[in-house]
Design a protein around this ligand. Structure first.
Ligand SMILES: *[C@@H]1O[C@H](CO)[C@@H](O)[C@H](O)[C@H]1NC(C)=O
Ligand SMILES: *[C@@H]1O[C@H](CO)[C@@H](O)[C@H](O)[C@H]1NC(C)=O
Length: 341
């Protein structure tokens, strides 16, 4: 008897959270599937459609509120539209394991900037390569490798005047002895350590991305970039992040990317008060600025310009603007490093 009651309750809860398929969205669903190359078995399609519709409704509701001035950013459908938040977190994020000791022993950036411009963007100055996609052809938790190559690409450009896309696969395959974990997470600073000790890294062209761990095939004759070491920024100090961006160039930074609003971010200045400061996703800060175009009264106007590695369908053509001087929004500025070339 007791068991039957329990079964009935579970059944009722299950049903109440299910919406019937909204057939007015049929063509939107088909277009989305073909845009992102999604293919399902007949069994799984129904469930994926339900999750996608839930994400779709969440986006519409948020954007309605944004139009009323309640948010400083918009959401939009992207390749994560058929994933629950838990699946997305599991696939795309990884806790960043670095002991306090290890981090605190790193040399610190100690440059000085006398006059900071109101805005800075390294992209038009040639320091930044195209937006890459860590999840192509399949999922791989290698954000740390993209964050590291991005920072080194900028420093090499600064030094040589040549912008060469560098090989994440080289890092995924070869930096395990330095504490990185291939497609299951890692840290940009450990990648810099590998490159420094290894004496170089290959280019994207000679050592292309495969999104899975393979045997290390580094060949020093094909090495195109190097670094002598690496430095960190004072933890949590966003003024230092600004000054280091001016003084150094693009900086490897980390954020907390757990929230649904990050998963579905489309445009605007990202600021979600629910975001905690522990970091689980490595990205690249390439500049900062001030906006005058938010609907949101008293909302954030200052932002960091951040390059992600989730392709160009996510965010502002692959970028996100994260609220700046907003109490380290999503942990930005807590853990920032760059390679010394
Ligand atoms: C930064 O530190 C280096 C050595 O760690 C030192 O040589 C240099 O003078 C310092 N620069 C400033 C501006 O303090
Ligand atoms: C990221 O933020 C979410 C939402 O506040 C929180 O639940 C999660 O624990 C945070 N992650 C880390 C690694 O701190």
């Amino acid at each position: 008897m007791e068991r039957r009651v329990a079964v009935l309750i579970v059944f009722a809860v299950g049903v109440s959270s299910l919406h019937a398929v909204d057939h007015t969205l049929d063509s939107v669903w088909e277009d989305w599937k073909s845009l992102h190359g999604k293919e399902y078995t007949q069994d799984s399609e129904g469930q994926r459609r339900m999750i996608w519709e839930e994400n779709h409704r969440f986006i519409q509701q948020h954007n309605l509120e944004e139009a009323q001035g309640k948010h400083s950013y918009k959401l939009g459908m992207n390749q994560f539209g058929d994933l629950t938040d838990e699946e997305y977190q599991e696939m795309m994020l990884s806790s960043e394991e670095v002991s306090q000791e290890e981090f605190s022993s790193l040399p610190v950036w100690n440059g000085t900037v006398l006059k900071a411009p109101a805005q800075l963007d390294w992209r038009p100055r040639g320091y930044v390569t195209h937006v890459k996609n860590q999840g192509k052809p399949h999922r791989c938790g290698s954000c740390w490798a993209f964050s590291a190559t991005g920072a080194l690409e900028g420093q090499m450009f600064k030094k040589t005047g040549r912008l060469v896309p560098l090989s994440e696969q080289n890092l995924v395959d070869c930096s395990k002895p330095f504490g990185n974990n291939g497609c299951d997470g890692g840290l940009a600073l450990k990648a810099f350590n590998y490159i420094a000790k290894n004496g170089g890294i290959e280019s994207e062209k000679t050592y292309p991305y495969e999104a899975k761990v393979m045997p290390c095939r580094y060949n020093k004759k094909r090495s195109v970039a190097y670094c002598k070491g690496y430095k960190k920024l004072p933890s949590g100090d966003e003024k230092s992040l600004r000054d280091a961006l001016i003084d150094v160039g693009p900086i490897a930074v980390s954020v907390n990317a757990s929230l649904k609003t990050f998963k579905l971010y489309k445009s605007g200045i990202y600021s979600d008060p629910a975001c905690r400061k522990g970091t689980n996703h490595a990205v690249l800060a390439v500049g900062y600025g001030v906006s005058k175009t938010s609907n949101m009264q008293g909302g954030p106007a200052k932002f960091w310009i951040v390059k992600n590695s989730w392709g160009t369908h996510w965010g502002e053509k692959g970028y996100i603007r994260v609220a700046r001087y907003n109490n380290n929004q999503c942990g930005i500025g807590i853990r920032s490093t760059y390679p010394v070339v």
